[in-house]
Design a protein around this ligand. Structure first.
Ligand code: ADP
Ligand code: GLC
Length: 492
């Protein structure tokens, strides 16, 4: 199957979160399974072309925008450790910036940048003479490509047998665009913008809705989230649209690319380990703490709770704000955090760092090595998310025997099971209500297990035995791609 994956983020080139991890992993698995994937993404200024051995091709892309045309260069590379072709769209005015979306405020021209990207996908295929069976568009940034597929390109020789699949990673970011601009840049014109049209939602162009409506199949990144978003509480204002497409909406759990996230091989750890010698994990904790300046008389015996996260409301940071200081004041655990995001949360963590310098090891920023160390060397990881489409961090943590304390929502509910001291089954500590007191109770349960050697060893072994390989997710996508091709009558 020829699969074109279009995404604004692909690891290792450009990443703000889990979207990149999964778009970097799926094509590698497809290729191993004998499919023929290519990846298309923008060439951001921050991408290190030398490190990844990217080369400029001779192609000049001609990209229709509105009533005019724009031009772009095309770069090429291979996903590291694989034979998967990745194509980078070079348009300096749009993409030669350090940020992907603009931080902390979104770039004012994100409508134009991502409509251009969505259209350039077709110019790449024309240049390469690549006829995709499937275009898989990830999140709102690539959503317009599915509208183009079903309109301007539906009789095009390369695309007349192409099905479109839209994959939602996070419904909270929808791409609300000004109609005059978006309808002009996309070439559809204001005649296609009217109440209830596939472009319109509450008076704006909503790119997320465009993806959902024009796709042959819609997927999201966990079975539980695929159900939750059909309800008002999780639907981010477009649950009605998701229910319209309910019959075509499928949840596929993200998978872990264990080549990158495994305690046996992780080069960022101090000592590698596996199930047979998992006590080595304790040496990792000790060396990690001393690398962060914690001495023998600073209570390195305390449980170590880690967090690696975007600092946004989604991640349940409000619950942490509510409880953390009290826990640290009582020396219940040591806290190590890595994250960037909203200023109000950054200010809170800076205050905590100042007040509890030995107990709160706060790192504001983005750092892949430190992310691996926190996830691998901590005893517990907090993910009290308000909503969580899938969440990869808790799956990574499990594989290192780092015990997740999570709210039961989305992919967290699909991957973490409450530990029972009776059955000795389970892999973590959970709570349902978005409420700091319930969060507190789950932490109490977790800490009591930490001090009980029998259960503490047992839960960590349970965790390390969990497996969510990206190979499985990749297979499920192929099944959905086949359904999409059946839907358009190409596969019988
Ligand atoms: P989300 O995509 O919502 O941010 P996930 O748990 O699915 O949440 O994925 C987050 C990914 O981003 C993980 O690979 C995590 O290690 C990484 N990550 C998040 N914040 C940082 C950071 N500040 N530095 C390095 N890696 C980070
Ligand atoms: C989004 C979600 C996260 C998910 C990731 C990859 O960023 O917030 O839950 O794991 O996408 O699908």
């Amino acid at each position: 199957m020829n699969i074109l994956l279009a995404s604004a983020e692909v690891a290792p080139y450009a990443k703000t979160g889990g979207l990149a991890d999964i778009t970097g992993a799926l094509p590698v698995e497809w290729k191993k399974a004998g499919e023929n994937p290519i990846v298309v993404m923008p060439k951001y200024g921050s991408i290190d072309v030398e490190k990844y051995n990217l080369k400029k091709t001779d192609y000049l892309l001609v990209v229709p925008m509105g009533f005019w045309e724009e031009y772009a260069g095309l770069w090429h590379g291979k996903l590291p450790g694989s034979d998967v072709d990745v194509y980078f769209i070079e348009h300096d005015i749009y993409f030669n910036r350090d940020g992907i979306y603009g931080d902390p405020h979104e770039y004012g021209d994100n409508d134009r940048r991502f409509i251009f990207f969505s259209r350039a996908v077709f110019s790449v295929c024309e240049a390469l003479n690549f006829a995709p069976d499937i275009i898989q568009a990830h999140d709102f940034h690539a959503a317009f490509s599915l509208a183009f597929l079903k309109s301007f390109y539906r009789n095009h020789p390369l695309f007349s047998k192409t099905a479109g699949v839209y994959t939602i990673h996070n419904l909270a970011y929808q791409g609300w665009f000004n109609p005059q601009r978006a309808m002009e840049f996309s070439g559809f014109g204001m005649k296609e913008f009217y109440p209830g049209s596939w472009f319109e939602h509450k008076g704006n162009v909503n790119a997320m809705k465009v993806g959902i409506m024009f796709a042959d199949k819609v997927t999201t990144v966990s079975p539980t989230y695929s159900q939750e978003i059909r309800w008002n509480y999780y639907g981010e204002g477009i649950d009605d649209i998701l229910n319209l497409r309910g019959a075509d909406l499928i949840g596929i759990l993200n998978g872990v690319y264990y080549d990158d996230w495994s305690p046996e091989t992780d080069k960022h750890l101090f000592h590698n380990y596996n199930l047979d010698n998992f006590h080595t994990k304790n040496h990792n904790k000790a060396d990690f703490l001393s690398s962060l300046g914690i001495e023998a008389d600073d209570r390195p015996d305390l449980p170590l709770v880690g967090m690696v996260t975007r600092l946004t409301e989604q991640k349940g940071i409000d619950l942490i704000v509510n409880k953390l200081e009290n826990h640290l004041f009582n020396e219940q655990y040591r806290f190590v955090m890595l994250g960037t995001g909203d200023y109000n949360y950054v200010n809170f963590f800076n205050y905590i760092k100042w007040k509890y310098p030995k107990l709160a090891l706060i790192n504001i920023g983005y750092n892949n090595e430190l992310a691996h160390r926190i996830i691998g060397c901590s005893d517990f990881i907090f993910m009290p998310s308000r909503f969580e489409p899938c969440g990869l961090t808790q799956m990574y943590a499990l594989s290192y025997g780092t015990i997740p304390i999570v709210r039961m929502t989305g992919g967290l509910a699909d991957t973490v099971k409450e530990y029972s001291t009776d059955s000795m089954e389970g892999t973590g500590f959970t709570f349902w209500q978005y409420n700091a007191e319930y969060f507190d109770h789950s932490i109490d349960r977790a800490l009591s297990i930490y001090y009980n050697k029998l259960h503490w060893d047992n839960i960590r072994k349970n965790a390390m035995k969990q497996r969510f390989p990206s190979e499985n997710s990749a297979k499920e996508y192929i099944q959905v791609f086949e359904w999409a091709l059946e839907k358009i009558g190409v596969l019988k």
